[in-house]
Write a protein that binds this ligand. Structure first.
Ligand SMILES: Nc1ncnc2c1ncn2[C@@H]1O[C@H](COP(=O)(O)OP(=O)(O)OP(=O)(O)O)[C@@H](O)[C@H]1O
Ligand SMILES: [Mg+2]
Length: 296
């Protein structure tokens, strides 16, 4: 994996410190490359989630164009691409978070274990317990650490007494790598924790309802390298039990944590491949331009 990291811009390896002139960043309009479907391997056997013919509109403006992709079981799939290319919009399709934006309209077929998540009888609140989400900015509720984690299990009636709830809170905080740090402070406000701790609290809160999939939208972009490393390690443990889709602007992070990588460009899904392949031998010119830093 080190070889991959060395090929990425932003790393302080020797090859990048040489005197060779850096390729000049180009603007969007300078790229006139056809995007015709998705290259690579967007589909897998027995997927955990899948989307077919996904378009997303904000009022009249189309943000996602005909995305077709599967998300494999117990895999971490990274979603990368320039700002505004639709990564967050597509991620929110997967747990119907876009339903909360009145002007947003999603089309296509989207399934979780083969079940249509946009079916009329599908309750979005229950769906979001199965497909949890962690946001860029840690957003603990203005409640105690304990109540933050207990919130979902209480809402969904997952435990029948206080001692079961205590156990679930402890187990979730432990899985999120936070329990040791907060075990004596469970009644203190979640908002009083450091940024990295708050993000782990939000992961504990997502885990507490025993989701099947966790969507993470730039979960470490507000964190320092140490807190980032802790969360990345945690993701590696979590993938044993969950499927994870992570949006990241850090190609190093995508290379470190994910098994497959999806490259979005101007609302289109250009390429999906094994992460090693995307970062060493991408199939599409646009993917290559992006990972080599030739995209301004
Ligand atoms: N709530 C909204 N209302 C209207 N348009 C929106 C909304 N959210 C996103 N968009 C538009 O949809 C397109 C895709 O945005 P999105 O936030 O999904 O991109 P992104 O790839 O996540 O970008 P970033 O890397 O900056 O987070 C953009 O053109 C954006 O302006
Ligand atoms: Mg985004």
């Amino acid at each position: 994996m080190n070889e991959i990291l060395e090929t990425l811009p932003g790393t302080t390896t020797q090859s990048l410190q040489s005197d060779e002139p850096k390729p000049e960043a180009k603007t969007r309009d300078e790229f006139d490359v056809e995007i015709d479907g998705t290259v690579g391997q967007p589909f897998v056997d027995n997927p955990k989630m899948s989307s077919r013919n996904c378009d997303v509109f904000y009022a009249e403006k189309q943000a996602i164009f005909d995305v077709n992709v599967d998300i494999g079981r117990n895999e971490i799939i990274a979603m990368i691409g320039p700002s505004g290319c639709g990564k967050s919009t597509y991620l929110r399709v997967l747990n119907r978070m876009n339903d909360t934006i009145p002007i947003c309209r999603t089309t296509g077929t989207h399934t979780l274990d083969g079940e249509d998540i946009y079916a009329k009888d599908q309750d979005p609140v229950l769906l979001r317990a199965r497909v949890g989400m962690v946001f860029q900015k840690p957003n603990p509720f203005p409640k105690s650490i304990y109540d933050n984690v207990a919130y979902g299990p209480r809402l969904h009636g997952l435990t029948s007494n206080r001692s079961e709830l205590d156990d679930l809170v402890e187990a979730s905080l432990t899985k999120a790598g936070l329990f040791k740090e907060v075990k004596d402070d469970l009644q203190k406000p979640g908002t009083g924790l450091s940024g990295g701790q708050q993000q782990r609290l939000c992961i504990a809160r997502a885990i507490a309802v025993d989701p099947e999939v966790i969507l993470m939208d730039e979960p470490t972009s507000a964190l320092d390298p140490i807190a980032t490393a802790i969360i990345e390690e945690l993701m590696d443990d979590l993938k044993e039990s969950y499927t994870i889709a992570i949006v990241t602007h850090s190609m190093q992070q995508a290379a470190r944590v994910s098994q497959r990588t999806a490259y979005f460009h101007l609302g289109r899904l250009v390429e999906v491949n094994d992460t090693d392949k995307v970062f060493t031998n991408p199939e599409h010119q646009l993917t290559e331009n992006y990972i080599t830093g030739r995209f301004g």
